[in-house]
Design a protein around this ligand. Structure first.
Ligand code: HEC
Ligand code: HEC
Ligand code: HEC
Ligand code: HEC
Ligand code: HEC
Length: 265
């Protein structure tokens, strides 16, 4: 580190240490955030972005990715405490892949992974580094995908995925509605979750043929779910009709009873 950043570091230590000590017995936010949120520009920006990320939501803080000691302001960024620093471009996939093991494997085997360091995209190209949000096929857009090649091939994958995505969203919506009505949907929920996961692991191969093939198999699974939902709707409809018949019969009985009573009186 340069002399000016070293001085800045020492100054920040003096500011942060008493604070850290006084709050020592409460479960507290990592020292990384306490210190970096006071820093300007490229050193402070990550905190603001990260706060809105899926990682923040799931308790993965700065040290989850960058390593280091989140409880010790003085030694937080010491390599001996496992601090990894900021990865160079070629190291980003392995950096993220420590946790996203399956994605890393698919990515490395793909046309994109094979072009790593030779103009191919890394995880950060598509997901960003600090403002990582829940993934969806909306990431496949002109802005992201035409930085290096035409949108044509990207669009083939997106189209292949769009129809399946729409079906999954629709099925999930219907299951949620049934659940709210008190129907036991546990089995269907599990099955849909499994199909959804299988579908969402497809992308990183960036292999249009594979997406098309697998979408067929996944489509067959979804058809089963749709059939089950249709069956439940049918049962509900029959129950409604049966209910209406019972009510009508009761009304007729009531009228008859009333007439009978009148004649008797
Ligand atoms: C007391 C203040 C302070 C604390 C605590 C702190 N940092 Fe830093 N951090 C800095 C300063 C100042 C710099 C810029 C100078 C440098 O690179 O060392 C920096 C730089 C960085 C960089 C960029 C390094 C590079 O190679 O460009 C990363 C990544 C980072 N910190 C992560 C963390 C993580 C993770 C933690 C917690 C485990 C943490 N920091 C704790 C002050 C702090
Ligand atoms: C999901 C993993 C992840 C998390 C969580 C994360 N970072 Fe980073 N960070 C990265 C990656 C990857 C890079 C390298 C970025 C690049 O080259 O685009 C980076 C780069 C940085 C840099 C260098 C920025 C620059 O422009 O030189 C700093 C400083 C930093 N991170 C601080 C933090 C702080 C502070 C936190 C917590 C608020 C944090 N990071 C949380 C992945 C992460
Ligand atoms: C310390 C482990 C860890 C590291 C390192 C890490 N992540 Fe994550 N990531 C998680 C966890 C935990 C979740 C939330 C649980 C989930 O949905 O998988 C998550 C969620 C995500 C999601 C949303 C998943 C979804 O279902 O939509 C994306 C995208 C993502 N991470 C990308 C990245 C990228 C890019 C990097 C590197 C810059 C990275 N992650 C580094 C642990 C990590
Ligand atoms: C070319 C752009 C691109 C690159 C490069 C990329 N991703 Fe993705 N990623 C996507 C898209 C698009 C989706 C959403 C797929 C979907 O919704 O079916 C996604 C989904 C995800 C998910 C959630 C789905 C799952 O399988 O868990 C995670 C986590 C993730 N990516 C992490 C990473 C990591 C880690 C890397 C680097 C090793 C990476 N991505 C590289 C575009 C990319
Ligand atoms: C940083 C540059 C870069 C970005 C951004 C990028 N790609 Fe690529 N892409 C490549 C390179 C390099 C190749 C491999 C060489 C080639 O086939 O042109 C490739 C190949 C492909 C292929 C063909 C794979 C094969 O097996 O033939 C598809 C499909 C693809 N990319 C989709 C996407 C999608 C979708 C996005 C956006 C989410 C995207 N790419 C973003 C660089 C990029």
């Amino acid at each position: 580190m340069g002399l000016s950043s070293a001085l800045l570091f020492v100054a920040l230590l003096i500011v942060c240490l008493p604070w850290a000590a006084s709050a020592a017995d409460q479960p507290q936010e990592p020292v990384c955030i306490q210190c970096h949120s006071q820093l300007p520009d490229r050193l402070g920006e990550p905190v603001k972005l990260w706060k809105q990320s899926v990682h923040a939501e799931n308790g993965i803080a700065c040290n989850g990715c960058h390593g280091g000691d989140p409880t010790n302001a003085a030694d937080a960024m010491n390599r001996s405490r496992g601090f990894l620093g900021a990865p160079k471009e070629a190291d980003i996939p392995a950096f993220c892949g420590r946790c996203h093991v399956g994605v890393l494997k698919d990515y490395l085997a793909s046309a994109h992974g094979r072009a790593l360091g030779k103009g191919g995209p890394t995880c950060v190209t598509c997901h960003s580094n600090h403002l990582v949000t829940r993934a969806s096929i909306n990431i496949i857009n002109e802005k992201t995908c035409t930085q290096c090649h035409t949108f044509e091939r990207a669009k083939l994958i997106k189209d292949a995925m769009q129809a399946t995505e729409t079906r999954i969203v629709a099925i999930s919506g219907r299951i949620d509605k049934l659940k709210a009505e008190g129907v036991d949907t546990e089995r269907m929920e599990k099955a849909t979750f499994a199909v959804r996961n299988r579908f969402h692991t497809l992308f990183h191969d960036v292999n249009v043929t594979r997406v098309t093939q697998e979408s067929g198999a996944i489509g067959a699974e979804l058809a089963k779910q749709e059939k089950e939902l249709a069956r439940i709707d049918e049962i509900k409809r029959e129950r409604k009709i049966a209910g209406a018949i019972v009510v009508a019969a009761l009304i007729v009985l009531a009228i008859l009873f009333h007439l009978l009573k009148k004649t008797y009186d």
